[in-house]
Design a protein around this ligand. Structure first.
Ligand code: ADP
Length: 161
């Protein structure tokens, strides 16, 4: 039984994240999406909101679970018996940061391996902050996020006007 952990902030979840989750669910027996609860990183959505949005968008993935995580991801992996860390690789810009992180995680816990997955080409340049920025100016984001996320972002930015 292989259990994989997919960590990130998911603030909010995008179609790029969902693409990676679907690929991971095909490859591994169990996938746990570990939502970072790190309060030092200023987030737009609360952890509960971010987890709820992932939940609402992943009903079609029965082997996926969602959890919060606030410590080192390798410690979390050890705690839940995870053997693999999943990361998404987008444009070249992700590579150096991800390489550094994967090597450090390997050093900290030799039993866990990082597996990189690439999304479809149309999600290659997509990230949550870009989506938040477009949404804050009332732009169209429906090609890049699930409907629930689109509605949630619209409510958030309308109520802050
Ligand atoms: P970011 O790295 O954009 O701040 P997250 O922390 O939520 O976002 O990302 C969690 C993981 O998902 C990271 O490995 C990141 O590279 C990956 N990811 C984010 N957006 C995409 C995307 N559009 N396609 C593939 N992977 C992605």
């Amino acid at each position: 039984m292989t259990r994989a952990i997919y960590p990130g902030s998911f603030d909010p979840v995008t179609n790029g994240h969902l693409d990676i989750m679907e690929r991971a669910c095909h490859l591994f027996d169990e996938v746990i999406v570990a939502v970072s609860t790190n309060i030092a990183k200023k987030s737009t959505f609360s952890v509960a909101e971010r987890m709820e949005l992932i939940q609402q968008s992943t009903g079609h993935l029965p082997n996926l679970q969602i959890d919060g995580c606030d410590g080192l991801i390798v410690d979390y992996a050890r705690q839940v018996g995870g053997q693999v860390i999943i990361r998404g690789l987008r444009a070249v810009s992700d590579f150096e940061i991800e390489l550094k992180m994967a090597l450090m995680n390997k050093h900290l816990n030799g039993e866990v391996d990082t597996v990189f997955l690439m999304p479809k080409a149309e999600y290659m340049f997509l990230n949550s902050s870009l989506i938040r920025e477009i949404a804050s100016f009332g732009g169209k984001i429906s090609d890049f996020v699930p409907t629930q996320v689109e509605e949630c972002l619209r409510r958030k930015y309308n109520s802050s006007k």
